[in-house]
Design a protein around this ligand. Sequence first.
Ligand SMILES: Cc1ncc(COP(=O)(O)O)c(C=O)c1O
Length: 434
Amino acid sequence: MPDWKRSQELLDRSKQTMAGGVSSNVRLQSQPFPLFFERAEGAMIYDVDGNAYIDYVLGQGPMLLGHSHPAVLDAVNAAMRQGQLYAGQHPLEIEVAEALVRLVPCAELCRFGLSGSEIVQAAMRLARAVTGRVKILRFEGHYHGWFDNVLISLAPPVDASTPRTPSRPHLMSKGQVESVRDEFIVLPWNDLAAVEALFAEQGSEIAAVMTEGMMCNTGAIPPQPGFLEGLRRLCDQSGALLFMDEVITGFRLGLHGAQGRFGVIPDLATFAKAMAGGFANAALVGKREYMARFAADVNHSGTFNSNVISMAASAAALKELERDNGVIYSDLERVGADLMGGIQEIAGRLGMSVLVQGFPTAFHMSFTELDQIRDYRDYAIHCDKARYDHFTLEMMKRGVRLIGRGIWYISAAHTADHIARTLSAVEGSLRAVA
Ligand SMILES: Cc1ncc(COP(=O)(O)O)c(C=O)c1O
């Protein structure tokens, strides 16, 4: 049983000067409590009490290359000594933009920001400017950042009788303005018939359909066959834009993102997390005819956009990912697949109902009788979240750090040895929660 004494002391101290002792509400939910860390390298992260963990949190996704990747650190170190922020252009940003245009199918022009939350706002503004419409269709259980207008229906109350028709957007925080409810229509994900019915009635009012390519903020839920293609068709027929939020899936589901993996090309897409090796960077990319509006009549600004550190980190990270035509992804997929299979094998042997679903670089584990989770409702109604919480605590005790909502991220630094050690912790933890 690890000792978390120093972390506890620091949490008590940080609560005196920081609300809840943390800087993001997501961290309040950590097991055993919000811990303090002092170092991370490769697949490992170390807390202030000297405990080491194999890390599947990976900074909530960005550390696809592993922590403290030398090529990224060297590039940042060299570039930042030249200068940090010019409020002007510099060649590194062209390098990153050219990489995005080369790698991302829908990318003809780019704009850079700093976080997923803010770059999503730029995409929505652009879609509204292009179409002259206001309403955006989005889906239950999806997360598109913490801003007022998008923090809706991430975890709405549902039961088996909740109709699969447009629902009143569910506000997730006190202080959100009610009027955002008029700007969005919310439907269950993966239900093309529901989307078709909506478009038949209100298609001419919809500016954009906003979706992840694979739903990663509730479960790891791939699109049902034909779902993304259906969204593409309905957008084309009605003049709405298809906006794919690839903040998680970008460069994680493959070198060409979810759009490359599923073969459905959106009009606009946002990237962040894995595109910068752990540094803050985000991009909106899309078709030239739409993106060009930023150089005409649509505003997008930001003091720190395309700062030297972000661009150096992205240029280096993308170079690593693209090396030898993305060979890194075959290793990632193999290691992740071994882990997914291993968890399922252990659960089966112990006679426990565990579902492992998704793709090797981003998969989801849950305690459920279902053999597939297709949307938020499957997760909310049929998964035992209290048990998963207990499981994550048991894993922490055994030196493995997981995200509480059940998604596991793999990095290029995870090896067969890490997987073997993780599976041994999985066996012990499953026995403990059985
Ligand atoms: C799909 C998606 N969009 C947007 C965001 C917001 O990104 P950030 O936390 O960088 O603001 C997230 C964060 O997890 C996300 O998963």
